[in-house]
Design a binder for this molecule. Structure first.
Ligand code: CMC
Length: 455
């Protein structure tokens, strides 16, 4: 077994296989920046009960304790409630940076210089328009199509508009694809919104900033020039920053896994959008609002909480996180942001229900003992709704922001010499070999359903 890393780390694992009595030395990888350590799963492969055996694997459904990559982009300490992009605390970025600055930082590892930022902003602004055929494509969706289905399909369709995007090893193609995706996502998202509303599509206004332009494409009616409410523009900018990346979450893992086949980035990002759509991931912000609607009145909150604890199938949506076990630092920022937005739009009964849910859950032993705290999605839905976004559009907003992280992670994966096509192992639990004993009679040249006849 290669031992170079164990020397650097000064550590190794001694494993004795009780089946054979053989001892193995497994090197421990050198601690990374924040002390993360691991062993290489492939170093377990030589451990076998006999020569014919495949070798020892690790079994880790849902990747509870498996690092799938090395990454220098985002750091999370779930116990301490820390989130940093490229070393910068999320609180500082949310307060001081713009979303496009953060998108640059995520991709490039450093904050942009002024000329770099100006050029980056110019490029992204320049590419906000989408091919006119996209409008025809969108018209094919039903009036009540879920905007996440529309966005996912439309982003996938974009790869057919940019066939050269498949040349992922060409740095120029990679650059332009990244710019196109970041630039066009708000346009596509806004077009999905307008389609569902039956409103005409609004073209990008390249005099406006990234977030204000997005709001313009969503909300503009007859006014010749859109002017967003500055509090809403700032709130959305911060929410985009908070959602921009979150290391190896379900959708990022999907983008990396699909991208590892070396497909074009439009297809890989479409896979990320599909993963984000699920109610256990980005879809949770939408579910929080459905849950509050179901509760209906503040007086029903205790009974709802009891139902959750009794395992009646309901979860407290917007609570809990795979990684954060003390608090979600994004939720703190969002709560503060919500206070600012609600000063403008006023407090309604849904917010009162949310506050009561939070108050009871944070003092209830069921939630405290399981370390279930409000996550980022608990309050974002309320903010989005107060800005007049429909519930089923919330996850689309998340997707627009997360595109920055997906693309940075995708490119990091491509540049990582250790990465190959993602292909997990399995532990086969089905039948052993058995002989085929089928007894159906059918004509293989015809529809098998129609002609299958059981003797
Ligand atoms: N409400 C009630 N009980 C819960 C909840 C919840 N929201 N979340 C977890 N639990 C319970 C769970 O039933 C289990 O209890 P027990 O030990 O008695 O079986 C225990 O807490 C541990 O839960 P888990 O399912 O093992 O935790 P996980 O790390 O696999 O799941 C989660 C994380 C986020 C999927 C889960 O907490 C959840 O479903 N939360 C609600 C959905 C949600 O808000 N998702 C957004 C996540 S943040 C945005 C993002 O990154 O996508």
């Amino acid at each position: 077994m290669a031992d170079t890393e164990s020397n650097a780390a000064g550590g190794s694992l001694e494993i004795k296989d009780s089946r054979t009595g053989t001892s193995y030395t497994v090197p421990i990888m050198p601690p990374a920046t924040e002390g993360d350590t691991a062993i290489r799963a492939m170093d377990l492969r030589p451990i076998k009960a006999n020569k014919e055996e495949f070798g020892l694997m690790t079994y880790d459904p849902a990747f509870m304790n498996t690092a799938s990559c090395k990454s220098a982009i985002t750091f999370i300490d779930g116990d301490k409630g820390i989130l940093r992009y490229r070393g910068y605390p999320i609180e500082q970025l949310a307060e001081k940076a713009s979303f496009l600055e953060v998108a640059w930082l995520l991709r490039n590892g450093e904050l942009p210089t002024q000329p770099q930022y100006n050029d980056w902003t110019h490029q992204i602004t320049y590419h906000t328009y989408v091919h006119e055929n996209i409008k025809t494509f969108l018209q094919g969706f039903r009036y009540d199509a879920h905007p996440m289905s529309m966005l996912c399909s439309t982003v996938a369709a974009m790869s057919s508009f940019y066939p050269n995007a498949k040349n992922i090893q060409d740095p120029a193609e990679r650059d332009i694809s990244i710019v196109r995706l970041l630039a066009k996502l708000p346009t596509l998202a806004a077009f999905c919104f307008r389609h569902v509303k039956g409103l005409p599509f609004i073209y990008p206004d390249n005099d406006l900033g990234y977030v204000e332009n997005f709001l313009s494409m969503v909300a503009r009616m007859t006014e010749p020039k859109y002017e967003g409410n500055p509090i809403f523009v700032k709130a959305l900018e911060v929410l985009f920053i908070l959602h921009a990346d979150h290391e190896q979450n379900c959708s990022t893992n999907a983008v990396r896994a699909v991208g590892s086949s070396h497909v074009d980035p439009f297809s890989a990002v479409a896979a990320g959008i599909a993963a984000l759509y699920g109610p256990l991931h980005g879809g949770a912000n939408e579910q929080v609002l459905h849950m509050i609607k179901e509760i209906g009145d503040i007086k029903n909150v205790p009974a709802f909480i009891e139902g959750v604890k009794g395992g009646k199938g309901n979860k407290l949506m917007g609570f809990g996180h795979r990684v954060y076990k003390s608090y979600d630092p994004r939720a703190r920022i969002v709560k503060k942001l919500a206070d600012e937005v609600f000063k403008v739009v006023g407090v309604d009964k849904d917010l009162e229900i949310a506050l009561e849910l939070e108050r009871i859950a944070l003092s209830d032993d069921y939630f405290v003992s399981r370390k279930l705290y409000p996550n980022v999605d608990f309050y974002t839905g309320l903010i989005y709704r107060s800005m007049a976004f429909p519930t089923d559009f919330f996850t689309v907003l998340f997707a627009v922001a997360r595109t920055a992280g997906w693309l940075s992670q995708w490119e990091e994966m491509l540049n990582d010499k250790e990465q190959k096509i993602a292909r997990p192992r399995q532990i086969y639990t089905g039948y052993g070999e058995r002989a085929y004993a089928g007894s159906l009679s059918y004509d293989m040249t015809k529809s098998s359903k129609k002609d299958a006849v059981r003797k």
